[in-house]
Design a protein around this ligand. Sequence first.
Ligand code: LLP
Length: 410
Amino acid sequence: MEIKNQQYSIQGISLLDLARKYDTPVYIYDGQKILQQVAALKNAFSTVNMKIKYATKALSNISILQLMRKAGTGVDAVSIEEVKICLHAGFLPSDIMFTPNCVDFEEIKAAVDLGVMVNVDNIPMLEHFGTEYGNSVPICIRLNPHILAGGNSKISVGHIDSKFGISILQLKHVLKIVQAYELNVVGLHVHTGSDILDAEVFLKGAEILFDAAREFAHLEFLDFGGGFKVGYKEGDITTDIAEVGKKVSLAFKEFCKEYGKELEIWFEPGKFLVSECGYLLVKANVVKPTPATTFVGVDSGLNHLLRPMMYDAYHGVVNISKLDGPERVYTIVGYICETDTIAADRKLKEVKEGDILAIKNAGAYGYSMASNYNSRFRPAEVLLLDGKDHLIRRREKFEDLLRNQESINL
Ligand code: LLP
């Protein structure tokens, strides 16, 4: 977002014009920013055979998926529905990794039937897999590396108490099952969590993956998951992707030499690719001074952007209706019948009713975690590409709220 011709704009398109054209609340995505992030990641790993498997769950609109496909990424999907959405968007089954957690075996079978690789997350599933498929279907195994990392406890998933993956301490058991069924293990996977800052965490994950990999003869790739930290607040330290690329590539090349084969290295970023591309534009419905706080109540809330409530996440907010004039401190809240604070104690250009606010970092886990709570519609989504705006999802309507409901004659 930049100021151009006295307007907050993206790709030369005024955000206020977009708010007028599509109404609020509306999610706006900067497609060029997504392409830049893909390029930056490729560049950081240019000396190894790196594949990006975009974490679909971060933002699963099919136009975004199509943009990713055009940019040359594959995808990671966590439900059979996500697998199907990715196929619908044009990905080949071979571009898709299915990383489910705690699903039943029918869902696994459905993915296998579609020709999609499964990332096996627990020992019972590994045995089921052996019984059902033997060595006829290649698999990846998700290991829990027991690394405590990540922005907060809700998004730290690689520690010993986490429900995700097979404990690295159970590797012997895994190997027994692999041997017994002659499983065709072509990949190993770790994902330690989201908002991981330090290159050392990725190196630690690498060491654990390499140690485990020495026990498997036919690997084709090692998957390091996602989790690169992006900036939410001015001055935030973010993952130095160039440093991670340099250090991890070096270690990876050494390992490949030892393994005697040039393996692929996979990453599954969500936030890194789409967090900063997204803005949620909302309208100030009311400016409400109280003895303690001046609230700005907007036409959105935790139903559209859950992250502040769910993780105490910080999202920058800008009053894009004002370029000049005094600043005041406000607490921006939603219109939902909950204490849905979007941003507390923020300095904004003086807010008047009807002003449009842009909430930043709304690309990742924004729309994809939105709901109809309070029987509100989910917003429209608009993708900006090559200086043009494209509506990629219509705002919901009243009929959408009723669509799957049956009324019984009482
Ligand atoms: N791979 C796996 C197996 C994952 O579970 C995840 C995220 C990713 C990749 C992508 O992680 P990322 O690069 O986006 O950090 N809703 C939370 C984040 C939950 C992430 C769940 N798994 C949030 O908004 O902070």
